[in-house]
Design a protein around this ligand. Structure first.
Ligand code: ZN
Length: 289
């Protein structure tokens, strides 16, 4: 299939209590793994690209990175019959517009550095741009922190204020809204819990489907609860890279003489297919294509 806007599946998931997985890709093999897993599970899925992945893929040039990944995502989606979307995560205003021009079917604007009213104004404008090319628009209220190796002070996490979320969702017309419930980006083990009471309050005030960032560090019990309470897009990054790199590490540690990159990248890709399939089933998206 051509790249799809999977918003109709996210809306259905929101009503029915399951979630569409958004899986990060940093390499071509990781993008392929997501499409192959969607196909194997007959599920909608999202290939998600972070800002740092763009910089990497573009060898330091983000726009070049967007061009590369737009081409890779397009071919990955067209090679399977399940609905696959290509999503820019935490984009700047410029990157969001560029991604839309290159055929991304989903974008997130991160207005974290802007005052609330300016964030609303830019998000609203970007919503119109996204909708004019039938793409899904995501934005965030509150902040899911990125510790970047620094120690995280859990007391400083800025959780989403329900009234602010309601005002933002209504004034911007975003399709889906990312909220901060206590999760943290880039965690390698599942040790944080979500503020599920806050989620219930937000769900009652916001009609749009809600998005969980940083799920790799959240206990599965809490993710499942959260999904039943309205989290209809769940982002998974670190867990996927762990699976991919784990496969490569296995090959290289068993055979110190290997030089052909296909030998280890194949295993990395296979490992990630298995990991994405596991999360698709966990989120209840299998069979929903
Ligand atoms: Zn995020």
């Amino acid at each position: 299939m051509t790249l799809q806007n999977v918003l109709p599946w996210i809306i259905r998931a929101h009503k029915e209590g399951w979630a569409v997985g958004a899986f990060n890709a940093n390499t071509m093999e990781q993008a392929q793994a997501i499409a192959l897993a969607a196909q194997a599970e007959n599920a909608p899925a999202i290939i998600q690209i972070s800002h740092r992945a763009l910089t990497y893929i573009g060898s330091g040039n983000e726009i070049r990175g967007l061009q590369y990944i737009a081409a890779i995502g397009k071919v990955a989606a067209e090679s399977v019959s399940a609905p696959v979307s290509l999503h820019l995560d935490h984009g700047s205003e410029r990157d969001v517009l560029q991604a839309l021009a290159l055929g991304f079917t989903s974008v997130m604007f991160d207005g974290d550095g802007y005052p609330f009213d300016e964030n609303i104004a830019i998000t609203k404008k970007l919503c119109e741009a996204a909708h004019s090319v039938n793409a899904c628009m995501e934005a965030e209220v509150g902040e899911v922190p990125k510790p970047d190796g620094k120690e995280l002070n859990h007391a400083n996490i800025e959780l989403t204020d329900p009234d602010e979320a309601a005002r933002f969702a209504e004034m911007t017309g975003v399709d889906i809204l990312a909220i901060a419930l206590g999760s943290v980006h880039g965690m390698k083990s599942k040790e944080v819990s979500l503020d599920l009471n806050r989620l219930e309050t937000i769900r009652a005030k916001v009609s749009q489907p809600l998005v969980l960032h940083g799920s790799s560090g959240v206990s599965d019990v809490d993710i499942k609860q959260g999904v039943s309470l309205g989290l209809a897009k769940v982002n998974v990054a670190t867990q996927m890279s762990a699976a991919f790199t784990g496969g490569i590490r296995d090959v290289l540690s068993k055979d110190g003489d290997v030089v052909d990159p296909r030998k280890y990248l194949t295993v990395g890709r296979e490992n990630q297919v298995a990991a994405v399939r596991e999360r698709i089933r966990f989120l209840g998206a299998n069979g929903k294509a």
